[in-house]
Ligand binder design. Structure first.
Ligand SMILES: *Cc1c(COP(=O)(O)O)cnc(C)c1O
Length: 402
């Protein structure tokens, strides 16, 4: 199918809710993808973090092939070897205290399950979330997602007992969490909200606060988890044990999956029939996820993310020295953000022309979520292009200092 054809078909027939980049991707390997014309791109978007172990990692591909030939359907009503294998591995790598797993097919669904568990366990109805927080777009998850652009058109359909507090501000959290609060939901580092890192005492403070008021701490590791930030779970950087933890994105190497891990007592408050999913624990997704966990551990990818992240961040810092449009550089491991003084859209499109796929978060932050298997040389090459693109951009705009 010709490229023009693909674009016109998708533009005509698909729900028009995605902002689009004008390339058609046909193949991927590691941190590289190729378009219809055979042109290679360095993929710093990584499918929004889904290509965690790289595109088409051979071990994941092999596991998917093997499972697809063996058994593709096994509703959780029936037992499955590969599902048992996966949940055992998940619990083994999870922060201590999380003893049960609910499997589903997306990040938003993992948040839905977390909210239902917290509500059921505590019998309470109030939720507290952070400004800038992103937890997905199904109605329950959307209720705790902050961006008014996503939330306002559906306000009449949402949970109406959610309070938003400024991210990173413990005093405001203390004011918001009361005896009616079922849970505080938080990203250890905000992704969609602009790669925001909280103060060091924040997560621990939230955990103590929740414990004190009889609320639960839901840590959303959908974007930050599985080694992305240079440690297996970002909350471990601050020594925090969640009561409930949400995982998805890269867990199955690109096959749809989500997982809600919870304290045993919290998870078991949900009774038979109270929360299920037809696709939850699908054998192919489980086989892929089991292989992804093996790859993360065998290839030491969290450590690699830490090392490469330091290199990446150092180079970004030097970009900041050379470019007035760069306001800030932040993040950990291979979850990094560069805040510009301007809308990043033109920079994104120009970098794409030059062979680099990047992501944005909000209007003025460039976000980097490359596969953890990316080569150091690819990072340096991509940053050379970004350097040139920023120079190009600065020649076009007349910076008005804000
Ligand atoms: C992407 C994301 C979600 C939602 O995941 P979907 O699979 O798109 O539903 C939830 N929380 C965080 C932190 C995310 O980054």
């Amino acid at each position: 199918m010709k490229g023009v054809n693909v674009k016109s078909l998708e533009d005509r027939l698909m729900v028009a809710t995605y902002s689009r980049y004008p390339i058609t991707v046909v193949r991927g390997r590691g941190a590289t993808v190729w378009d219809l014309e055979g042109r290679a791109y360095i993929d710093l978007m990584g499918g929004y973090g889904v290509a965690l172990v790289g595109h088409c990692h051979p071990k994941v591909v092999e596991a998917v092939k093997r499972q697809a030939e063996t058994l593709m359907v096994c509703h959780p009503t029936l037992y499955s070897e590969i599902r048992a294998e996966l949940i055992e591995k998940l619990i083994r790598i999870a922060p201590s205290g999380l003893g049960r797993v609910y499997l589903c097919s997306s990040g938003a669904e993992s948040v839905e399950a977390a909210i239902k568990m917290a509500g059921r366990f505590t019998g309470k109805r109030k939720l507290v979330s952070a400004m800038g927080g992103f937890h997905g777009k199904t109605l329950g998850a959307l209720s705790v997602t902050w961006n008014p652009r996503y939330r306002k058109p559906f306000q009449h359909l949402l949970i109406d007992t959610v309070e938003f507090v400024p991210y990173g501000n413990l005093d405001r959290a203390v004011e918001a969490v009361d005896d009616e609060t079922m849970a505080f939901i938080i990203e250890p580092i905000q992704g969609e909200g602009g790669v925001k890192v909280p103060p060091d005492d924040y997560l621990k403070g939230l955990k103590d606060l929740c414990e004190d008021r009889g609320a639960l701490l839901i840590v959303d590791e959908v974007q930050t988890g599985l080694g992305r930030t240079g440690v297996m779970w970002a909350c471990q950087r601050w020594g925090v044990k969640p009561d409930i933890m949400c995982v998805a994105k890269g867990l199955a190497g690109g096959i749809p999956i989500g997982a809600t891990l919870a304290r045993e007592d919290v998870a078991l408050s949900l009774k038979r029939g109270e929360h299920t999913s037809t696709f939850g624990g699908n054998p192919v997704a489980c086989a892929a996820a089991s292989a992804v966990i093996d790859v993360l551990l065998e290839e030491g990818l969290p450590g690699r993310a830490d090392r490469l992240g330091r290199l990446f961040k150092r180079e970004l810092e030097s970009l900041r020295q050379g470019h007035r449009v760069v306001r800030d550089v932040r993040g950990f491991g291979l979850m990094l953000g560069v805040e510009l003084r301007f809308d990043v859209r033109e920079v994104l499109l120009e970098a794409l022309n030059r062979g680099i796929i990047m992501l944005y978060s909000g209007r003025n932050v460039l976000r980097f979520l490359p596969p953890l298997v990316i080569e150091g040389s690819q990072i340096l090459e991509a940053l050379k292009v970004l350097d040139e693109t920023l120079t190009w951009f600065e020649a076009r705009v007349k910076p008005k200092p804000k």
